[in-house]
Design a protein around this ligand. Sequence first.
Ligand SMILES: [Zn+2]
Length: 97
Amino acid sequence: MFHIYCPHCCEYREEEEFHASGQAHIPRPLDPDACTDKEWGEFMYFRANPRGIHHELWVHGAGCRKYFNITRNTHTYEILEVYKVGEKPSIVANEAK
Ligand SMILES: [Zn+2]
């Protein structure tokens, strides 16, 4: 078991209180009606799955229930940074699909 820092509660909590919600920083199309089926399908279903640095959206489901982002190394499971939604990460990930 390990602990994850929640930037809203400002404390480390047990991992069981959190859930990963997929890749972070995926912008919603500005005009969904103008999207082709392929563009909409890519927005809805296709995500990066890198081996290495990755930005992920997490939720503190059994705590404050707020979302935040984690930069994590998917190879070592190491959490490199935690930041609130809307903030920019200080570590750049290779999000190539
Ligand atoms: Zn929290």
